[in-house]
Design a binder for this molecule. Sequence first.
Ligand code: ASP
Ligand code: MG
Length: 244
Amino acid sequence: MKIRPVVMKFGGSSVATAQRIKNVAKIIVNQKKKYKHIVVVVSAPGDTTDELIEKAYQITSNPDKRELDMLLSTGEQISIALVAMALHSLGYDAISLTGPQAGIFADSYHTKARIIDIDTRKILYYLHQNKIVIVAGFQGINPNEDITTLGRGGSDLTAVALAAKLHAPVCEIYTDVEGVYTTDPRVVPEARKIDYLTYDEMLEMAGSGAQVMMSRAVEVAKKYNVKLEIKSSLVDTPGTIVYK
Ligand code: ASP
Ligand code: MG
């Protein structure tokens, strides 16, 4: 049987508190009932990444980039373990994997590495066992076996790259807004949600300041034809579909 999992990505705000992590687990379980196989990608909780950067700069004004990546990658590791535990407590089988464990190979440009390839064997092995696989976003392993991070917002890139490699029918990007809006709903109350966008329209919108996704991730989605749905982790309504 060919496994084509749905990829679900949750941003930092969606896993900022224990309550939100429990909520994320419920959303995952709902999708698990609909689609047989699920891969989840998560970012670091809330402002963790910013706080870790701040801490590094309290130590030195010129932190070594390899060590910065070692530090920053811990944020996502917190999220994957907690989401897996939340799924266990709902009675579901789930396993967390760091980027390196998930087979995400990246280059050596510390703090803004690119994904070179993904060896999906371990992910597929666990999916076969009917486990929900939770992957740490924003990180990979370089040829030297050092952890590298993929640039700010890089969990989007992890999710899209996994969706491409695993031939996912959709890559769902869960965030704290209900989709892509004509203008920022947090600033302009009469902003309107857009149902469908092309990749190019989505890239243009990012340029005009309505950044809901890392631009490089949208470019990769375009290149590999990964269907995106940007939706809320707080309310259950259809989001914005990005395709073609
Ligand atoms: N935690 C990382 C960041 O804040 C990656 C991400 O959020 O996608 O940039
Ligand atoms: Mg983050």
